[in-house]
Design a protein around this ligand. Structure first.
Ligand code: PHE
Length: 375
């Protein structure tokens, strides 16, 4: 009897230890993942700042159930293998309760199966490839998905730019850029346009002239470049060097202060779809821009906004769950009904929110709002 009582007590203590993963009496630890180095380093810097601002606001209001929120942040270097390593570390060593991030679809696709296997909820702030949340029911995102984003770009090209012929250029080794070009292609042809060239380039290359020569020879009215900002800016430069005078556009991956820094005059007049525009005059956006600028002395990009929204969505779920075990947070996340800076979020059956997109364009070296497109 005695030994039974003792082992029951030990079991209770062990269960207590297990259940307190990701939290203690004093704090709740949330993992944050984004690239601080590598090909998309500006994505990580903005995302980390967005997450930190959200956490600071929760802590200023007393945290959750008097527990302080703590961020365990990890640099995924924009690399899927590194992404898998840091996901495992955050879960096993840091014992986070949930993860916000990562921001790139290819890294999210590496991290998601690890969260799913551990029943640990994650919300990617900005990974737009549809396959990400298909990994399993512990995987959520705070942004729209690329079948929508590709259609938005195609519609803009067809209806606003009156383009009849389009060409696509993308990174063959990147799920996001390849997928987005495919969705643009489908939307453009469905809308009555013609795709005159569909060219892939190798990951990591800096010379796009072979593909661009082919593309320009096919005489497109618009070139859709679904790459991240570094490649996009180089592609724009090389297209101009080869004599292309038409317009170029892309998706959210263009969103970086580096786009105009590297691209200069070559990206003037170019456009891309995004999740938000800093010059959107709605009060919720302007309030956010103001407080972000006050803290970081920089204008927030979409990465910052979605990381802020993503963290808030996660913490709102943790609060409603009232517990920090994975299944409780996941159940609360599913029931999300949250008004963020980038729009209102309720999840569909695939844990994707349905949100509008904006089209922004480069004018006099600045990225400015052009239009809003609803789903
Ligand atoms: N949507 C991109 C991806 O899935 C990431 C991204 C989002 C980049 C928003 C810039 C802005 O990989």
């Amino acid at each position: 009897m005695k030994s039974y009582a003792l082992s029951a007590a030990v079991a209770a203590i062990l269960a207590g230890t297990f259940l307190s993963c990701g939290s203690s009496n004093k704090e709740i630890k949330i993992g944050g993942v984004a690239p601080l180095t590598g090909e998309a380093a500006t994505f990580g810097a903005s995302s980390k700042q967005g997450m930190e601002l959200a956490i600071q606001e929760w802590n200023d209001k007393g945290g959750i159930d008097s527990k302080k929120i703590v961020l365990a942040f990890a640099d995924d270097k924009g690399d899927p293998a590194e992404g898998a390593t840091v996901f495992t570390k955050l879960i096993q060593q840091d014992k986070v309760a949930a993860i916000v991030g990562p921001v790139m679809s290819k890294v999210a696709l590496a991290g998601a199966p690890i969260c799913q296997a551990n029943q640990l909820p994650m919300i990617s702030s900005t990974a737009t490839n549809p396959k990400v949340t298909e990994v399993g029911d512990y995987v959520f995102r705070a942004c729209f998905i690329d079948p929508f984003q590709g259609t938005v770009g195609a519609k803009f090209a067809l209806e606003t730019l009156k383009a009849k012929k389009a060409a696509c250029l993308f990174d063959v080794g990147n799920d996001y850029t390849k997928g987005l070009s495919e969705f643009f292609r489908d939307g453009f042809t469905k809308g009555g346009g013609e795709i005159v060239a569909f060219e892939g380039h190798a990951t990591g290359t800096t010379d796009f002239k072979a593909q661009l020569t082919k593309i320009i020879a096919a005489k497109p009215d618009v070139i859709y470049v679904s790459d991240y900002y570094n490649d996009a800016a180089l592609i724009a430069k090389q297209a101009r060097e080869l004599g292309y005078k038409g317009t170029m556009g892309g998706g959210d991956g263009w969103d970086s202060p580096k786009l105009t820094e590297i691209g200069g005059a070559s990206v003037e007049g170019c456009w891309f779809s995004n999740h938000y525009a800093a010059d959107d005059t709605t009060p919720v956006v302007q309030d956010f821009v103001k407080k972000y600028k006050a803290k970081y002395n920089a204008e927030p990009d979409a990465l910052a906004v979605l990381a802020y929204d993503g963290m808030n969505i996660m913490l709102d779920a943790v609060k409603r769950a009232g517990k920090t075990d994975g299944p409780s947070i996941q159940a609360a996340l599913k029931a999300t009904d949250f008004s963020g800076v980038s729009g209102h979020v309720k999840f569909d059956d695939h844990r994707n929110p349905v949100k509008s997109a904006v089209i922004v364009e480069v004018k006099n070296g600045k990225v400015v709002y052009r239009a809003t497109v609803n789903p």
